[in-house]
Structures are given as structure tokens and as C-alpha cells.
Design a protein around this ligand. Structure first.
Ligand SMILES: NC(=O)c1ccc[n+]([C@@H]2O[C@H](COP(=O)([O-])OP(=O)(O)OC[C@H]3O[C@@H](n4cnc5c(N)ncnc54)[C@H](OP(=O)(O)O)[C@@H]3O)[C@@H](O)[C@H]2O)c1
Length: 348
């Protein structure tokens, strides 16, 4: 029976009439929600004015702590925050790289810098004492939890080396939590100090990833570590809101860097400068992460991808999981072939 025949036969039936009206209202409700979210996405990405960082103490002697600051996205956070007028505590593994960046920042932007070098994968108490000592008397207002490690190449979970698994969780999760427990109290005390007449706010940004947004086969440990940061960061946002500290998880698809092993940028793969600029411009707005509290997917093509997936198949669907599996199996095959080729070249 076609819909028209069905309607002709039962159109005077009250249950059918109420069911149709209910279905129509549900449809209108969902369409309205979708249009509101889409409008908000367009506003966030293309219309809203850039955030003024004097709100977070730029230009008034305040400090930002940036982890993973010697390369890629973290280095760019350090440079762009210094350009806005924040002094910077640079944290990463390699002292010599940090010294070069500190010099570059001090010369170009006339702000102060401090360096704290340690290997976050060791989870050594000494590391955290060093950091605590460096910041104990600084008026810190911003923390960028950027340090992170992924798998060297996509790998089935059951074949993941124990050290890689341990390092990913230690660096991405344990170190991020312990560093935040040291820096967040400094931020809270700076912004809630009686001398804070400008009502400066605090800011804690943590780097998430599409790897955590979508469960990602063959990057299972990295994927889980970034999903952990999503829940932890949003929970912390709720806790610190009353202390005038904004907490936000920043979601990114690929960016050119040593970690992604991608050198050439494109419309969907920005370089760190483009990525960080879009992030800092849009603090406090959800951009592509319209369905999530205290979360932003700031780069415009990443934002459209996030919004598109969320509004169609959904990030936790079997379909998205299968596509992701196929993509990472193919990346693994290519990486293994390249490694074999390089090994053969070395032998010759
Ligand atoms: N690039 C992407 O496509 C992408 C996509 C989504 C999310 N992300 C996230 O963005 C963040 C930055 O990634 P990136 O691509 O900029 O990485 P990157 O270019 O590889 O830089 C990583 C930074 O972290 C530091 N670091 C690495 N291991 C460390 C350790 N064990 N102890 C202390 N410092 C360590 C490095 O210091 P040294 O130079 O001294 O080793 C470097 O400064 C990560 O959290 C990543 O998950 C990246």
C-alpha cells in the first residue's frame, strides 16, 4: 500500500492524525536545532571578531606556560602568545631547541621567557619539581597543554610495543594532568588576586585530536588518550568556571609537523601558524564542535568536517569506524613499504 492509499484509507483515524502531527513536530524540532547549530558554526568561523588577549593578561606582565614548545604547534603557540604580549615559560624535552626559541621570542617581542627542559615520558617527580620551581612566583594566566605523542606509524593494538603504549599514556595523560595540577593553582591565584583590577581571566587550552573525536582503529592507544583528555578537560571547565578560568579542549585534524610527518599544507591540512592563529582567534567559541561544552574545532575545514560527521553518520558510528580503519590500514601499508625501501637503500 502506498503512502497516498494509506492516507486515503486512514486520514479520518484520530491516532493516525496525532501520529502525523507528532512526526511533523519532531521533524520541525530537529530541523530548527540543526539550523541554529549551523548558524552558530558560520558565525563562529566567519563573522565573530577575534578574541582580544588583554582579557587573559596580554600586555600587562602576565605569563603563559606552553608544553611541547620547541616544535610544531607548541612552538607556534609560544610565538603567537608572545607576539600578543605574554611572557612565556617554554617546556619540552630539548634544552638547546628551547634556548633558540627563547632568544627568538625575546628579540622579536620584548617579553620575558623561562625554559624548563624534561622528558615527560619518564614521569619523574624531579620534572615536576623543576616546573614548580620555575613558576612559583610568576603571575601565570595561561596554560597550553600541547605536548603529545602518537604511534610512530598506525599499528594494530595487539602489536603495539609496550614502550610506545606506555609513553603515549604517560606523556598525553599523566604529564598533562600533573602539569595542570602545578599550573592551574597559579592561574587561579593570579586571576583571583585582589590586585587583579582589570578582571583578567585565566585560560587552559589542551590539544585534542580527530583521533580522539572518532575512535580510530590502528591508533587505538593515541585515540583513547585524546578521548580521555576530552572528558577530563570538559569536567575541569565545569570546576574552574567559578574561578574565572576558561578551560577548552582544542580539536584538530591533520596539521603539518614532525608528528604528522606531513610537510606540504593544503586546504584541509594547515601549517602550525595557520592552525594556532585560528585557535587563538576563536577562544570561547565552539566552531566545529557545536555539540560539545568547552570544546572547539577551530580551523575552518576541520570545523566543517567535524560538523558534517556529527550531523550525519555520527562520530561513534560503525560506518565512521570502518572508514577510519580502512584509511589507517592503508597508511600502515604505505609506511611499511617506505620503511622497507629505505632499509634496502641503506644496505646498497
Ligand atoms: N600535527 C597534527 O597533525 C596533530 C593533529 C591533531 C592533534 N595534534 C596534537 O597537537 C600536539 C602537538 O603536536 P605537533 O604535531 O606539533 O607535534 P611535534 O611537532 O612532534 O612537536 C612535539 C613537541 O612536544 C615535545 N615533546 C615530544 N615528546 C616529549 C617528551 N617525551 N617530553 C617532553 N616534550 C616532548 C617536543 O619536544 P622536543 O622537540 O624537544 O622533542 C616538541 O616540542 C600534540 O598533542 C598532538 O597530539 C597534532
Amino acid at each position: 500500500m502506498s503512502f497516498t492509499q494509506f492516507f486515503d484509507n486512514y486520514s479520518d483515524n484520530l491516532i493516525v492524525q496525532y501520529s502525523l502531527i507528532f512526526a511533523l513536530l519532531v521533524g520541525v524540532f530537529h530541523l530548527t536545532i540543526f539550523l541554529l547549530k549551523f548558524g552558530s558554526l558560520v558565525y563562529d568561523l566567519f563573522i565573530a571578531a577575534p578574541v582580544n588577549f588583554s582579557k587573559y593578561g596580554a600586555g600587562s606582565g602576565k605569563w603563559a606556560v606552553v608544553t611541547g614548545a620547541s616544535d610544531g604547534i607548541g612552538k607556534e603557540y609560544a610565538l603567537q602568545l608572545a607576539k600578543k604580549g605574554l611572557s612565556i615559560v617554554l617546556v619540552s624535552r630539548t634544552q638547546s631547541k628551547l634556548e633558540l626559541i627563547a632568544k627568538e621570542i625575546e628579540t622579536a617581542y620584548k617579553v620575558n621567557t623561562k625554559i624548563v627542559a624534561f622528558d615527560a615520558s619518564t614521569d619523574d617527580e624531579e620534572n615536576y619539581l623543576k616546573l614548580e620551581k620555575a613558576v612559583f612566583d610568576l603571575p601565570v594566566t595561561v596554560l597550553i597543554n600541547n605536548v603529545g605523542q602518537s604511534h610512530s606509524i598506525p599499528v594494530p593494538f595487539l602489536e603495539t610495543e609496550k614502550k610506545e603504549l606506555q609513553d603515549i599514556i604517560t606523556i598525553n595523560n599523566i604529564a598533562t594532568l600533573k602539569i595542570t595540577q602545578i599550573i592551574a593553582p597559579r592561574i587561579v591565584s593570579t586571576v583571583n588576586n585582589a590586585n587583579n583590577q582589570k578582571n583578567t581571566r585565566g585560560l587552559i587550552l589542551t590539544m585534542g585530536s580527530f583521533g580522539g573525536l572518532l575512535p580510530t582503529p590502528y591508533l587505538a592507544t593515541y585515540s583513547g588518550s585524546k578521548a580521555f583528555l576530552q572528558s577530563w578537560s570538559a569536567a575541569l571547565a565545569g570546576e574552574l568556571a567559578a574561578d574565572n578560568v576558561d578551560v577548552e579542549l582544542v580539536i584538530s585534524y591533520l596539521v603539518t609537523s614532525a608528528m604528522s610527518k606531513i610537510k606540504r599544507s593544503s586546504s584541509t591540512i594547515p601549517n602550525p601558524k595557520q592552525f594556532v592563529s585560528s585557535t587563538l582567534k576563536g577562544i570561547g567559541r565552539r566552531n566545529g564542535a557545536q555539540e560539545r561544552y568547552a570544546t572547539s574545532t577551530p580551523y575552518w575545514t576541520h570545523a566543517l568536517m567535524h560538523f558534517g560527521i556529527d550531523s550525519t553518520v555520527g562520530v561513534y558510528s560503525k560506518f565512521a569506524n570502518k572508514l577510519n580503519l580502512q584509511m589507517h590500514q592503508s597508511i600502515r601499508q604505505r609506511a611499511l613499504k617506505k620503511a622497507a625501501r629505505l632499509a634496502a637503500e641503506k644496505k646498497d
